[in-house]
Write a protein that binds this ligand. Structure first.
Ligand SMILES: NC(=O)c1ccc[n+]([C@@H]2O[C@H](COP(=O)([O-])OP(=O)(O)OC[C@H]3O[C@@H](n4cnc5c(N)ncnc54)[C@H](O)[C@@H]3O)[C@@H](O)[C@H]2O)c1
Length: 280
């Protein structure tokens, strides 16, 4: 018996990166999958968007595990589309047990240089649309009456003042608070809500391609070579472990644990998967 046999998991931002790793890992654990991704460009990002072909490949990888998958190209900012997918996905797969709200975008700039348009886009994707997904799934999980596990992807930027990332940091901090509030509200229904705080993960958001080769999506990386910046900001980028970058599957390991009954008494908690970044 696998850890998630007979369960159904919904994963957002599933076309690639961590979302794909979560979909494949939870399928490996026995879960059927509801997956969606917007697969489109954002004005605030400087890295390539995912594509419908990426999402289709995630679906293929889930099916290769012998699991069923319902997948759609849709944007989490579209509340009624998310709600419709919850209805369709649960009708087809029978139930819902785990929700991994993983989608997000990243924008770089000094706080005072961020445009209103970029601020609004990052907050609407990373915070408001995460709330919309939670708003769409919570009634279903409560109505089902069999508990559940929700995992929200924040970041080390959800507990640290990472420079050059103001709207990202603000949104990811907000997700930590949102997670705790929802954990308190849903505890009476035995629905657990936790957040993972990844450090650097080898995905296109961080400038890595599919071979794990580094491009560079952080235009401020070179700034650290300036002595005054290195002296003031350098330490925030240091980890306790020697590694700087992890694989998406390293985060998926923690998500699988939080989805499973092995974590049945854990709720409202933050899980850094960060090579010890937040230990600093
Ligand atoms: N890569 C890192 O170093 C890192 C570190 C900490 C946290 N994170 C977080 O991990 C999560 C996954 O990111 P990733 O590294 O896999 O990046 P990624 O860019 O490879 O994948 C993110 C996916 O989310 C999708 N997405 C974005 N906005 C969406 C929306 N409104 N509706 C539906 N789909 C949407 C994108 O299309 C993309 O396919 C994000 O929340 C990110 O902020 C990433």
């Amino acid at each position: 018996m696998k850890r998630l046999s007979g369960k159904v998991a919904l994963i957002t931002g599933a076309a690639r990166g961590q979302g794909r790793a979560h979909a494949v890992r939870l399928a490996t654990e026995g879960a059927d999958i509801i997956a969606f991704d917007s697969c489109g460009a954002f004005k605030s990002t400087n890295y390539d968007p995912s594509t419908p072909a990426d999402l289709e490949e995630t679906a293929r990888l889930v099916e290769a595990q012998g699991r069923r998958v319902v997948w759609r190209q849709l944007d989490a900012r579209d509340f009624s589309a998310v709600k419709d997918l919850v209805v369709e996905g649960t009708r087809e797969l029978g139930r819902l047990d785990t929700v991994v709200v993983n989608h997000g975008i990243c924008h770089y700039g000094y706080t005072w240089d961020v445009t209103e348009e970029n601020w609004d886009e990052v907050i609407s994707v990373n915070l408001t649309s995460v709330w919309k997904v939670l708003k769409a799934v919570a009634p279903y999980l409560m109505g089902q009456g069999q508990g559940g596990s929700i995992v929200v992807t924040s970041s080390v930027a959800g507990v640290r003042g990472q420079p050059f990332l103001a709207p990202y940091v603000a949104s990811k901090h907000a997700l930590v608070g949102l997670t705790k509030t929802l954990a308190n509200e849903l505890g009476q229904h035995r629905i657990r809500v936790n957040t993972v705080l990844p450090g650097g993960v080898k995905t296109p958001m961080a400038g890595f391609d599919w071979n794990g080769e580094k491009g560079e999506s952080n235009p401020f990386a070179g700034e650290l070579n300036k002595p005054e910046i290195a002296a003031t900001l350098g330490p925030i980028f240091m980890n306790a472990l020697a590694e700087k970058w992890m694989e998406p599957e390293d985060v998926a390991n923690t998500v699988a644990f939080l989805a499973s009954d092995e974590s049945k008494f854990i709720t409202g908690a933050e899980f850094p998967v960060d090579c010890g970044s937040t230990a600093r």
